[in-house]
Write a protein that binds this ligand. Structure first.
Ligand SMILES: [Zn+2]
Length: 436
């Protein structure tokens, strides 16, 4: 059934105060029947008292959602590209890079992803210096029509373990013997922002995935964390002890748990062991790819049960999402074969990222674990926002947060299999996509 959009009050439809009614809001672990008020002028959600006392009688627009769900906008913290655009490929004409990004952002938002971390796989130094200036946070502009918003880049590599590199090219991997100095040399000083003691521009990089057991990487962690950049443990041979040391040093995230790390062993639980730790070592957040290929549903369930508050669904999607099956050129001269949702390095069975959407991952998660809808949505909204330190502005429907919203329809078939589908997407208080 289509949503009804009706206009009241005197201002134009695309402006002013909007009241969503007849809807269910995702609030923590519950769905709450409540109206939601947003301002398209500030692009933020209104506080309830504010809505009641100042605009109570006459919003400019009332949107009757006929029982649909309002979720905060989705956040993907590991996305390599989409719609044929690969963040790690810098074309000869750099203007084409910017054009590709703009195209991707406008399309990505239609999948419900209102904010994300554009993710670079391991590359030569030059690529970081060329690409990163384009991948920094774009939220300051608050331009809804630009589509999905970058929250900063995620550099996955090149400081990775050669034996856990997955499909990252071995030629570009670095051991990071000089610690943070090597990060500066590789990514560029500007892209890492300024040290906590000086004033200046913020980093374009928001997250770095690296193997803490390598070279001088462990020593670099506190400096990374102090610049408001998330250090994520990944593509790593870390033992449980090394992973714990990294967490104590300031690592707060684990990249695609289970993949590209030692498996859980009863005498050495490895990185996975961090999920079961106590007060001495804070348990990190962790990304999980629930595409039905990277992990067995039971592994996903075990990870979630171990530490539900750290559980973040990521796509790790490649630029091939949305393109037909076939063999495609990848970076560093290698090629990737796409067969449906399965991506492999040509001529091998190595999994090469995914071509899934965040909504598909949430739906899988719902059906595999029996989690509730708000619990599942938390893994792509509130939890990633918290991990990034953005919980006041993103991933929540509380007053003052950005009005990035996804309106969802829910259905279940006879066997109880749940499906979520996107009805509308709102960015900074403006409707940017509607199914109808
Ligand atoms: Zn990876």
């Amino acid at each position: 059934m289509p949503s009804l959009v009706t206009e009241t009050g005197s201002k134009s439809l695309d402006g002013g105060i909007i009241k969503f009614t007849n809807c269910r809001l995702v609030k923590d672990d519950r769905l709450v029947e409540e109206d939601l008020w947003v301002s398209s002028l500030t692009g933020r959600i209104l506080h309830q008292q504010e809505a009641f006392y100042e605009y109570g009688v006459s919003p400019d627009q009332v949107v009757d959602l006929q029982g649909k769900i309002i979720s905060p906008g989705f956040i993907d913290v590991q996305l390599n590209g989409a719609f044929g655009v690969d963040f790690s490929v810098v074309p000869e004409n750099i203007a084409d890079y910017a054009k590709g990004l703009a195209y991707l952002n406008k399309n990505l938002i239609r999948t419900g992803v209102t904010a994300y971390l554009p993710t670079l796989t391991s590359q030569r130094r030059e690529v970081y210096h060329q690409a990163l200036p384009y991948l920094g946070p774009t939220g300051g502009r608050r331009a809804a029509q630009e589509g999905s918003e970058s929250l900063g880049a995620h550099c996955e590599g090149p400081f990775l373990s050669p034996t856990k590199r997955g499909i990252h090219s071995i030629d570009v991997l670095r051991s990071g013997d000089n610690g943070f100095q090597d990060f500066v040399e590789c990514y560029g000083e500007k892209n890492l922002g300024v040290s906590p003691h000086s004033h200046g521009p913020k980093a374009t990089v928001k997250m770095i995935t690296a193997a803490p057991e390598m070279g001088g990487i462990m020593n670099a962690i506190p400096e990374v964390a102090s610049r408001d950049i998330v250090f994520s443990i990944g593509h790593s041979e870390s033992t449980y002890e090394e992973a714990s040391e990294a967490a104590k040093a300031g690592a707060t995230m684990v990249t695609h748990l289970f993949n590209a790390m030692r498996p859980l062993h009863h005498r050495n639980p490895g990185i996975f062991g961090l999920l079961g730790t106590s007060q001495q070592t804070p348990s990190p957040y962790f990304g999980v790819i629930a595409d039905g290929i990277h992990l067995h549903p039971t592994s996903v369930k075990i990870a979630y049960s171990s530490h539900p508050d750290g559980f973040i669904l990521v796509t790790d999607a490649m630029s091939l999402v949305g393109l037909p099956d076939g063999v495609y050129e990848w970076t560093n001269g290698e090629r990737i074969e796409k067969k449906g949702p399965l991506l492999t390095l040509e001529g091998s069975d190595k999994i090469a990222g995914s071509s899934t959407t965040l909504l598909e991952c949430v739906t899988n998660f719902l059906n595999w674990t029996g989690a509730s809808i708000p619990q599942a949505l938390k893994a792509i909204t509130a939890t990633p926002a918290k991990m990034l330190g953005l919980e006041r502005s993103k991933g929540t429907l509380r007053g003052g947060a950005d009005a990035d919203l996804v309106i969802l329809d829910e259905s279940r078939d006879d066997s109880g299999h749940a499906t979520l589908s996107i009805d509308q997407v709102w960015k900074f208080g403006h409707c940017v996509y509607s199914q109808n």
